[in-house]
Design a protein around this ligand. Sequence first.
Ligand SMILES: [Fe+2]
Ligand SMILES: [Fe+2]
Length: 372
Amino acid sequence: MIATWQQDPTTTITLQWIGEKEQDGLSRNLWYRKSRTKTWHEVAHTARRFPHTDLWQFRAELTGLDPDSLYRIRVGLDSPQESVRTMPAKATNEITFISGGDSGTGSAARRTNEVAANQSPRFVILGGDLAYENGSSAKTFLKFIDQYSADLRDERGHLIPLVACIGNHETVGFYDKTRQDAPFFYAMFDGLYPDTGYATLDFGDYLSLVLTDSGHTSPIDGDQTEWLEKVLKEREEMPNVFVVNHVPMYPCVRNADDRLHAAMRKHWSPLLERYNVDAALEHHDHAFKRTHRMKDGLINDRGVLYLGDGSWGKIRSPEGPDKRPFLAKSTESYHLSLHRLEGKDRFHLALSDHGKVVDAVHTQKMARPRRS
Ligand SMILES: [Fe+2]
Ligand SMILES: [Fe+2]
């Protein structure tokens, strides 16, 4: 079973599980109860074929939940219990979550899974290249989901919800494709992405994730850029706004002048700067990097921080700040990023697949830029 979200994580949870027969769902609805209460509630679920398989995929969304609460879950009344937490309504205490990308199902990914789980984050964001099934291997995708479900448990065994955005390895052909070319990603996550490859997820009044599609099933410019401007403008007052993209605007391995990076820097970076985005979480290049704050393509204290570049389970050797002046730091290291929100303060730690601190940076919301 895997937990994710399609609406406000303070009051909802979406649960999904795979069965061999349609009857696995029909006779066995999902039941839940709030921890320390006695009454089980039944909730309807949807059932559909999982693409390219004979398996069935079931989904139930729990809504109207209490914030910051633990819920017990079971499929049918005789199955083992699972448990999952809603997010707090207010960011009064510290909130910890983890981001990363480019996982796959290998041994490095399992080690990074373990480091992530040991932090007991409230949730994980994977910014694309989850399973490396390339839109064609259901077996590989389901192996990734099974490993996530087994490994990503907090210190009490509760499910750690997964928020995902699309990368090239979700897609047959990688770029300029359609939703049909990313069958497994959309089968699992179309609750959050019912029509487009991009979406927002707002956590109460304290955190917004702006999840983009870096040219895999939606073009960069046009509709998506218009949407990005609209949603960033609407969230200008939000205390924490993170844009999540698979392909990096400021890559540490690939050529920064390549088409996609250049298009994203042209169309998206100015919007991140104008609407005071706190950081862009980037992936795809398979190394650790932290940029300087960047504005108009130059280092600027009032600019945007870019953290990346997706090495949960895949690794490459990055260029250094000598070759790419926009980089503050880069290393060839598997890593995840641990984000801790504490009132006005934010801490971003990069931890290696063995739990070593690779990097640490402290940020605060920037004073709003004056508009001319
Ligand atoms: Fe990748
Ligand atoms: Fe990628």
